[in-house]
Design a binder for this molecule. Structure first.
Ligand code: SF4
Length: 87
């Protein structure tokens, strides 16, 4: 595969958001490691302690899934959501 093709960004629109966050759990999560590990700024902390997931930014690296100590994040890809992949 050519380098330009591998660097290309392909978008797959497969329905509703593919990331779901149990925001009730997030209210009790003090450090919010999902925010600091996500390289794309997907997880946006709110003043009330909840998280808004900007799923359209997600690069699907899985860092937040690993970082969340409470299992509050659920990925539903590929059945639902918008998916961005390189190459
Ligand atoms: S790490 Fe998990 S529980 Fe904590 S704010 Fe992020 S998604 Fe919510």
């Amino acid at each position: 595969m050519s380098l330009l093709k591998r660097l290309g960004l392909n978008k797959y629109d497969v329905g509703s958001p593919h990331i779901q966050v149990n925001t009730e759990i997030c209210r009790t999560c003090r450090d919010k490691p999902c925010v600091s590990v996500c390289p794309a700024g997907t997880y946006d902390p709110q003043p009330d302690g909840t998280i808004v997931a900007h799923y359209e930014r997600c690069l699907e690296c899985g860092a937040a899934l690993v970082a969340c100590p409470y299992g509050a994040i659920t990925f539903k890809w590929p059945e639902q959501g918008v998916s961005y992949r390189y190459g």
